[in-house]
Design a protein around this ligand. Sequence first.
Ligand code: HEC
Ligand code: HEC
Ligand code: HEC
Ligand code: HEC
Ligand code: HEC
Length: 271
Amino acid sequence: MAQIFDRSSNALARMSLVLTGLIVIALGVTLDQLQRSPWVTRQGQRPDQPVPFSHKHHVQGLGLQCQYCHVTVEKSSYAGIPPTKTCMNCHAQIWTNAQLLEPVRTSWATGQSLTWTKVHDLPDYVYFSHEIHVNKGLGCSTCHGRVDQMPLMYAQNTLQMEWCLDCHRNPAKNLRPTTEVYNMAWEKPAEDRPVWCSVGDEKSGVPTAQTVNCVTREPAEGVQVASLAPTAAPLSSYRKFTSQDELGHFLLDHYKIRTPKDLASCEVCHR
Ligand code: HEC
Ligand code: HEC
Ligand code: HEC
Ligand code: HEC
Ligand code: HEC
């Protein structure tokens, strides 16, 4: 039988197969990138808000604590967004004529809450709680970045599953003393930036954070080093840490944090 195709078409067929393959791969990569892109995750975006509220001004400028406005962050899954009343504590007296604050005054006068657009918003099928993270030594800045330097709020991290798991598989690299949770400028310990910790009475029933006392200045004899300490610890019981690795593993132990295997199991976040 006569040959229908000549040799060159054979090569052509092979080439188009390779090409199709390449296109499929490229498409896959693009979709994957898209799924992870800030456009989908909204990472880094500053949504329109009723009032251009500046964390930089209110936190760094005025020195307000996070808990002043996010009152439930330590004791509930939800950190909380402050009611208009909180703003009026000051803005009934300060900047009373500013155009920017008109929506706040209207809200106060009418009793209608301001509607802030959520910057961080996990899907409903994911369980998250601030309470446990904050009480086990994870700082606001670890997840939210330098909020004190943000004129307008944006999401520093993707909040995607991979991001959560990256920490759940190795929490030690992010743990800090619970007393430093609100410290926006916290940096991991180093040779020239040591941390000293002592462990109090662990039998007292309080399981974790409260029994560990950490300070960032060398504890001196006879000085009550931290008001949080249940009993002033003897100097000899302080251990010095000069690396995140040592401190992280020490805290992992004393804050009684579950194993990476437990923490990465599906039921933790999908209940
Ligand atoms: C004076 C009140 C006030 C203080 C103090 C304050 N916040 Fe806020 N925060 C707000 C308001 C109002 C919003 C909602 C508007 C916005 O997103 O900017 C908000 C939003 C946020 C959000 C984003 C919420 C979302 O929509 O996902 C985070 C994260 C946050 N604050 C963290 C912090 C941290 C961390 C601190 C302390 C360093 C802090 N805030 C201090 C009032 C405050
Ligand atoms: C502890 C007092 C205090 C509280 C509480 C407070 N503010 Fe302010 N706010 C100020 C002061 C002071 C300024 C002027 C800051 C400046 O310009 O240095 C200001 C400025 C502003 C401005 C002008 C833009 C800027 O950031 O300079 C806006 C908008 C604003 N506040 C919104 C709010 C909202 C919304 C709330 C409630 C979530 C709030 N503030 C709570 C004290 C406060
Ligand atoms: C382990 C990471 C992590 C830490 C630590 C953390 N947050 Fe969040 N935060 C999140 C996530 C995730 C969301 C989104 C929750 C959702 O959509 O259900 C969020 C949402 C918020 C919100 C919006 C309201 C809410 O609760 O959904 C505020 C305000 C906030 N965080 C403030 C803080 C403050 C203040 C601290 C420090 C005391 C802090 N966060 C520590 C991960 C964290
Ligand atoms: C920077 C580290 C870190 C990040 C990021 C983080 N977690 Fe966690 N998470 C922890 C640690 C540490 C614990 C405490 C574990 C323990 O005590 O055994 C925890 C505990 C939890 C728990 C257990 C709550 C309970 O009561 O049993 C849930 C649920 C959880 N995380 C969900 C999430 C979700 C969802 C995300 C991402 C949106 C997230 N976490 C991101 C470190 C992190
Ligand atoms: C530490 C918390 C955490 C754990 C553990 C976890 N997930 Fe998730 N998962 C998330 C978050 C957060 C999202 C939402 C991601 C987003 O919004 O893009 C998610 C999304 C998903 C989705 C939706 C599709 C997707 O990828 O966006 C599936 C399916 C899923 N998880 C399955 C699992 C399975 C199966 C396990 C156990 C092997 C697991 N997850 C363990 C936090 C977690």
